[in-house]
Design a protein around this ligand. Structure first.
Ligand code: BTN
Length: 239
């Protein structure tokens, strides 16, 4: 399952994820198609947040994978592939990145990229997926949130679409490992605060705990007061 055989570049769109969702509705998109936009006016983030990105400065794109046929209980595999692909290609640029569960990418404690995966289900199978990626490239000012960009980290500007090609290669390489156990270990190796005692907050308040695993369904496993506790995205905050 490769991506990038077809790449469409749009000047402006609400959200590249939504654009693909519309193409799916009309049955007019091939698996592997990548849509990038110079500007999104309603970019979507995780947890129903907005994804803000200055027009023309960053890389915002989505791609479509059809006939995935992955069990919902293993949905996190694909998320790991995407996170590791971003990690690898940033590493090739000389950046010391880390993956913050589930699939945010950080450099020196600041967010550089985010991923939004939207699944189309058929029973208990994921039939197809829309994967959206936002990577900060040339933006140097982030007002109201702590973020960074490849330019801030390397001192060099890049053409966002050049980085898209690097991502596509990294993803296609990593995709070959989708079914391998190595994938999980690689993901854990790059995971922020893995096996480290750190502060978190859940529905019962603040506590110190240790991330010890991430399950195939994506749940975070934290050792809290000697007990394993499983968290979904909205159930835990990193402090
Ligand atoms: C997050 O970290 O909250 C996820 C951000 C995902 C943003 C990308 S930008 C391209 C694609 N289109 C969207 O509307 N969102 C994703």
């Amino acid at each position: 399952m490769k991506i990038g055989q077809k790449i469409i570049r749009l000047d402006v769109v609400d959200s590249t994820n939504n654009y693909i969702a519309n193409l799916i509705k009309h049955g007019s998109i091939d698996s592997g198609t990548v849509i990038m936009a110079d500007e999104q006016f309603a970019g979507k983030g995780q947890r129903n947040a907005q994804w803000q990105s200055s027009a023309g400065e960053n890389l915002t794109f989505s791609f479509f994978l059809d006939d995935v046929n992955l069990s919902v209980s293993r949905q996190f595999n694909l998320s790991q592939v995407v996170a590791l692909s971003i990690y690898n290609f940033l590493n090739n640029l000389g950046l010391d990145a880390t993956i913050k569960w589930p699939n945010d990418i950080y450099v020196k404690g600041r967010k550089i990229a985010g991923v939004l995966i939207e699944n189309q289900l058929k029973g208990s199978l994921i039939k197809s997926v829309i994967v959206g990626v936002g990577l900060n490239v040339n933006q140097t000012e982030f007002i109201g949130f702590s973020a960074t960009s490849t330019r801030l980290e390397t001192g060099r500007s890049k053409l966002p679409h050049d980085l898209l090609f690097s991502f596509i290669s990294a993803f296609n390489e990593q995709m070959n490992e989708l079914s391998q156990d190595k994938l999980h270990q690689k993901y854990l190796d790059k995971l922020y605060q893995f096996n480290v005692l750190a502060p978190y907050e859940d529905a019962n308040g603040r506590f110190e705990g240790q991330i010890i695993d991430v399950l195939a369904n994506g749940k975070l496993v934290i050792l809290k007061d000697g007990q394993e506790v499983f968290y979904d995205l909205k159930e835990i905050t990193f402090l």
